[in-house]
Design a protein around this ligand. Structure first.
Ligand SMILES: Nc1ncnc2c1ncn2[C@@H]1O[C@H](COP(=O)(O)OP(=O)(O)OP(=O)(O)O)[C@@H](O)[C@H]1O
Length: 130
């Protein structure tokens, strides 16, 4: 019973720690705030264009995937700053490779966004202005 309660406390505490991580990253990383603004705009467009279920799934994967990668990138930056405050070529590689992972995912989201939204935007323009 006692260990049950301890386990449950630990479970909720891990949520609180995770949310404080999100809060810290949001406060300090302007890229994360940019992604947040972009994801709100994409969500508004998704609602306006009445996306199909599969399209919504791709949009959700892109939004949350981007946030997750950006948070991991922030964690790597902090670890590198802690381990190597002075310049070191390995510290540079670690930060640059982590940033490259974010960039790769960002390219993927742009391609998926173009595949989903360009035909809908073209259809909209033809319907109302063509
Ligand atoms: N300790 C270090 N040793 C070597 N190169 C570094 C080190 N710290 C940063 N760099 C290089 O400088 C770049 C910018 O690092 P900086 O810490 O200013 O920004 P960041 O933490 O990578 O990104 P952000 O601006 O999103 O916080 C890194 O991508 C890396 O190439």
């Amino acid at each position: 019973m006692n260990t049950d309660l301890k386990g449950r406390n630990r479970f909720w505490k891990s949520f609180i720690f995770a949310f404080s991580g999100i809060y810290h990253a949001f406060k300090t990383e302007k890229n994360l705030r940019f992604h947040f603004a972009a994801s709100i705009i994409v969500t508004i467009f998704s609602i306006a264009f009445h996306l199909q279920l599969v399209e919504w799934l791709f949009v959700i994967i892109c939004i949350f995937g981007m946030f997750s990668l950006e948070l991991i990138n922030t964690a790597i930056e902090r670890i590198v700053d802690l381990a190597s405050p002075a310049y070191h070529p390995l510290a540079k590689q670690a930060k640059d490779v982590a940033a490259a992972a974010v960039l790769c995912f960002a390219f993927m989201t742009i391609i998926i966004g173009c595949i989903i939204f360009i035909p809908k935007i073209v259809h909209f323009i033809r319907l109302y202005f063509g």
